[in-house]
Design a protein around this ligand. Structure first.
Ligand code: S3P
Length: 429
């Protein structure tokens, strides 16, 4: 079968104000917690894209009622006790779904479920959640002894554990906190470096047990809790593509409104500032526990930097678009601490190096680092490697000179309408 592609002409100055689709991490978690709640609640402006539609589908199979209401979702909770699914649960491309739902299913006594996903998800490491869940008493098995999906889980009585995360992963932390809602005693997760804290904020929103002391997060067995409406902010990770596009196309000025500015997500802003970016942002409201505001970006000549390794967990999904900015910066950019990027939807270290070279950029790839020699790109063809963020980041990297994007439909995993919005700004007044 012929592969699809999209040819983007060189883009003139990007100008305009835009809102991006709802936050993917908050939508997954909001749907899951509303499914576990009593009664009906609405999720306002959620992300409706490949990944989160997989979550809605899986939760329906577990007994929750999820209906679309215009741009929103109305969720009828099934309560803390989910229904045994009649068939295999397909998590599609969504790692967050598979890991978090495993935490929930582990504590559903007597319920048997099988989780699978697409070829990318079946390659991704699941041992990082399966092992600590087993220590809590979970009965999970799968390929390679439970390291890869398909995974089978039979809900069992759980007991709380204390666990120090060996890798900085909000998905592992969240899976254990969710399992902790069904476990006897206290479940404590210690994270050596901070990762996104949406689960903690949502536990507070729904009045679930939570104590945070420094880098230790504790929960315990939940009692039935009522549903509560929730507003989903715009996804900072989606906004990042437009911010960098504005920074690299001369004459641009773009404002993204209504975007989540949770400090555990916005490490990219610090790095771009250090590169000389003309950026301005402000938190305007704290909607349902998440800070929300706007970011303005104006075209700026950028310079290369050496990125602080401690910032990477706070911008883990923005490294591809940072690489696009680095390609247009003057001088060298060094990005360390990238081992987690090797196990994302694609091997992102490799995918970034491949696409930079395809655009004529000199790049050196280490086991967990990239060194990018900036100075601009030439016209070329970019390859998403079945990865939404790679498709969008390299469409942006090639924007000033024009670029061919293969399989652009991968963007729909987290941003349906991405290319329409991008082209809309290119033609903006
Ligand atoms: C996510 C956490 C991150 C991130 C992913 C979403 C989440 O993954 O890359 O896109 O919603 O918790 P890790 O926890 O594996 O770092």
């Amino acid at each position: 079968m012929d592969r699809t592609h999209l040819d983007l002409a060189p883009c003139g100055p990007l100008r305009g104000v835009l809102r991006v689709p709802g936050d993917k991490s908050v939508t997954h978690r909001g749907l899951m917690l509303l499914a576990l709640a009593e009664g009906e609640g609405r999720l306002f402006y959620p992300l409706k894209a490949g990944d989160t539609l997989s979550t809605a589908w899986v939760l329906r199979a577990l007994g929750a009622g999820i209906e679309e209401e215009g741009p929103h979702f109305r969720v009828r909770g099934q309560g803390l006790r989910l229904k045994e699914p009649e068939d295999v649960l397909d998590c599609g491309n969504a790692g967050t779904l598979m890991r978090l739902i495993l935490g929930i299913l582990a504590g559903q006594e007597g319920v048997f479920a099988v989780l699978t996903g697409d070829s990318s998800l079946r390659r991704r490491p699941m041992g990082r959640v399966v092992e600590p869940l087993r220590a809590m008493g979970a009965q999970v098995d799968g390929r390679e002894g439970g390291k890869r999906a398909p995974l089978g889980v039979r809900g069992a009585p759980l007991r709380g554990i204390r666990y120090t995360l060996p890798v900085p992963s909000a998905q592992v932390k969240s899976a254990l906190l969710l399992a902790g809602l069904f476990a006897e005693g206290v479940t404590e997760v210690e994270e050596p470096v901070p990762t996104r804290d949406h689960t903690e904020r949502l536990f507070r929103h729904f009045g679930l047990p939570l104590r945070v002391e420094g880098n230790r997060i504790r929960t315990e067995k939940a009692s039935p809790f009522p549903a509560k409406d929730l507003l989903v902010p715009g996804d900072f990770s989606s906004a990042a593509f437009f911010l960098v596009a504005a920074l690299i196309v001369p004459g641009s000025e773009v404002v993204v409104e209504g975007v989540g500015l949770n400090p555990t997500r916005t490490g990219l802003l610090q790095v771009l500032l250090a590169m000389g970016a003309d950026l301005e942002w402000r938190v305007l409201e704290g909607e349902d526990g998440e800070p929300v505001g706007y970011v303005r970006a104006r075209y700026s000549p950028l310079k290369g930097v050496s990125v602080d390794p401690g910032l990477i967990p706070l911008m883990v999904d923005e490294v591809p678009i940072l690489a696009a900015a680095a390609a247009w910066a003057e001088g060298e950019t060094f990005i360390p601490n990238l081992s987690e990027l090797r196990v994302k939807e694609s091997d992102r270290v490799r995918a970034i190096a491949h696409n930079l070279r395809a655009l004529g950029v000199e790049v050196e790839e280490g086991p967990d680092w990239l060194r990018i020699r900036g100075g601009g790109v030439r016209r070329g063809e970019v390859e998403p490697f079945h990865d939404h963020r790679i498709a969008m980041a390299f469409a942006v990297a090639g924007l000033p000179v024009g670029v061919r994007v293969h399989e652009p439909e991968w963007a729909e995993i987290s941003y349906p309408g991405f290319f329409r919005d991008l082209l809309g700004l290119c033609g903006g007044s």
